[in-house]
Design a protein around this ligand. Structure first.
Ligand code: DGT
Ligand code: CA
Ligand code: CA
Ligand code: ZN
Length: 574
């Protein structure tokens, strides 16, 4: 039971209490859950040392529940609450924009206790009979249901990646010195993944499948054979294993990395050259003589193609680019010198500027930008102009102290208000190194209005980066309606970059939009939107997204040296 598991239990308790119309208590559980999520130490260690009672928001009652969860792995109180509320109603709560109050009202007045029943009620317009429900609400709920359905069972890349790596490390420790890799959508870096695929080359497949099935986090073995196994992990993720002979490893890696659509084209190229391509190798048609298969490079080479990076294998023109010798030379994690978007305890982050700077320096970064929220965003403890000025002093002090190892840029994530104006005066913004402008409210404006709102901000002359441009939250909130092509055109003229927000549930711009930005000559700036030093590692998710968007080193501002970034950005203040 890690900290996120304990937090999840308390969030669920809060939802269930709220569904029962209980007041105050839900907030208390949510506060505790949030504090546990942010905790630097392992919750089980905190309990052992009796220090869990010091966590903000944790009183005597919740402290006892934490002990119970850590000791037994479950919470009887949660089971009890669950038995009192229809199970389907909890699922209704997962629809974006449907809170406990609405869910309860739907349950009481229309007898709705599942997503399916709600969908049916919306489609037959029964909701409009309720007080406070109109056509607009129906439309919103329907959109929410679609969002939920489309996220159907998929897991965020940022969640699945560490799980897959740890699993692979376990297998590789059990059967050392054999080629092994993650493949599937995870290797291609898709923003969400359906399941984890692992490939191992070995002459003793039974040993591998034994290692695979014996992993500590497996909750159920779904299938177990010598070349093919599947398990469910405790967190609900499915993991598929394939074991092949070393001579087929490259072909299998190519096949199981996919995408299916990419593979279709690869096989077609094979046909044109009289070759058969499958997960065992590349073979001459007729004679069945193997011509390639041990390495992925050999497979592509046999087809007259250069090796294609997995992130590009989506049938988006990568094979014809490869045939023409026009594959991009993708930006690489090792090119990235720093992070443009970080919150600290000056707004809603949990760590100090000093902690962020030290952690980033330890990670080998050459720069970080401190970009806390602006005043209007009161829920995120946005900074007043006076407080931002005080913060500039502190950023300067930390920057001086670390001058030899990292550049600490001052900055702000300034709110774009509904009318397109910025939440700080121009004079203040011009004192900052990095200005990210983002929308955080009134997301449901019509497309034309939203486009105008954003272009006005871009044309202000005070903005360096448009933050999380579509404002999507994967699985929870649809992207806003905005004319991105127009945004990119205006940004290109105004010299404003687009953010690739690397927080796992954002990845915004997403892959295809990165590519579109590049076509319009707009560079991107990757920012983690970190609210804690633990989030800094999300930077690589941004790089993966940029790679999926065909971006090269020169398209990504994070690859510039701090001095060049300063030069580029200071154009705004002249
Ligand atoms: P996911 O798991 O839904 O995020 O997506 P993938 O791409 O990981 O798909 P998955 O796990 O079903 O299969 C892994 C790869 O194996 C897939 O990308 C391509 C290959 N593959 C699986 N089934 C087929 C198939 O029926 N035909 C072809 N050509 N390739 C397949
Ligand atoms: Ca998969
Ligand atoms: Ca699979
Ligand atoms: Zn933001």
């Amino acid at each position: 039971m890690g900290n996120p598991d304990v937090a999840r239990i308390f969030y669920e308790v809060a939802d269930l209490l709220e569904l029962q119309g209980v007041s105050f208590k839900p907030q208390a559980y949510r506060r505790a859950a949030a504090a546990i999520e942010q905790l630097e130490v392992d919750i089980a260690d905190a309990v052992r040392e009796g220090r869990h009672k010091e966590i903000p928001g944790v009183g005597a009652a919740i402290a006892k529940k934490i002990e119970e969860i850590v000791d037994t792995g479950r919470l009887a109180y949660l089971d009890e609450l669950k038995s009192e509320v229809p199970a389907g109603l909890l699922e209704v709560l997962m629809i974006p924009d449907v809170g406990p109050k609405t869910a309860m009202q739907l349950h009481r007045e229309l007898g709705i206790s599942s997503v399916a029943e709600l969908k049916e009620a919306v489609e037959s317009h029964r909701l409009q009979s309720l007080k406070g429900f109109g056509a607009k609400t129906e439309e919103r709920i329907l959109l929410g249901i679609r969002t939920l359905e489309s996220s159907g069972g998929r897991t965020l890349l940022g969640e699945a990646r560490p799980v897959a790596r740890a699993y692979l490390a376990h297998v590789m420790a059990c059967v050392p010195d054999v080629p092994a890799s993650i493949c599937g959508s995870l290797r291609r870096g898709r923003d969400t993944i359906g399941d984890i695929d692992i490939l191992v080359a070995s002459d003793s497949p039974d040993e591998v499948s034994e290692a695979f099935a014996s992993y500590g986090l497996v909750s159920e073995v779904l299938a177990r054979g010598s070349t093919k196994s599947s398990v469910l992990l405790q967190n609900g993720l499915q993991v598929d294993l394939r074991v092949v002979e070393a001579s087929s490893y490259g072909a299998a890696l190519q096949y199981f990395t996919g995408s299916k659509e990419h593979n279709v084209i690869v096989r077609k190229i094979g046909v044109e050259r009289g070759l058969k391509v499958n997960e065992y190798g590349v073979f001459e048609r007729g004679t069945e003589r193997p011509v390639a298969g041990d390495s992925e490079e050999s497979v592509y080479e046999a087809l007259g193609l250069p090796w294609i990076p997995p992130e590009l294998r989506e049938d988006a023109g990568e094979v014809s680019a490869a045939l023409d010798g026009k594959l991009p030379s993708l930006v690489d994690a090792s090119d990235i010198r720093g992070d443009f978007h970080i919150h600290t305890d000056w707004s809603d982050g949990s760590d100090t500027i000093e902690e962020i700077a030290s952690a980033a320096a330890n990670l080998g970064y050459e720069f970080v930008a401190i970009t806390d929220h602006s005043q209007s965003l009161t829920i995120a403890n946005g900074l007043s102009p006076e407080k931002l000025r005080r913060q500039l002093g502190e950023i300067g002090r930390v920057g001086d102290k670390h001058a030899d190892d990292i550049t600490v840029f001052s900055g702000s994530e300034v709110d774009i208000k509904p009318d397109g104006s910025l939440d700080f005066p121009s004079s203040l913004l011009r004192e900052l190194d990095v200005v990210i402008a983002s929308i955080h409210s009134k997301m449901k404006m019509p497309k034309a209005d939203m486009t105008k709102r954003m272009t006005k901000a871009l044309e202000s002359g005070d903005v360096d980066i448009l933050g999380h441009p579509t404002a999507r939250i994967i699985g929870r909130r649809e992207p806003v309606e905005v004319d991105l092509e127009e945004i990119f055109e205006v940004a290109a003229d105004a010299g404003v970059a687009m953010e690739v927000n690397a927080f796992p549930d954002r990845l915004d711009l997403r892959d295809v939009h990165c590519r579109l930005a590049k076509e319009h000559g707009v560079p991107v700036a990757i920012g983690t939107d970190s609210h804690s030093v633990r989030h800094l590692e999300y930077l690589e998710l941004g790089t993966i997204t940029a790679r999926r968007g065909w971006l090269e080193k020169g398209d990504v501002l994070n690859t510039f040296r701090p001095n060049d970034i300063r030069k580029r950005l200071s154009g705004r203040r002249s």
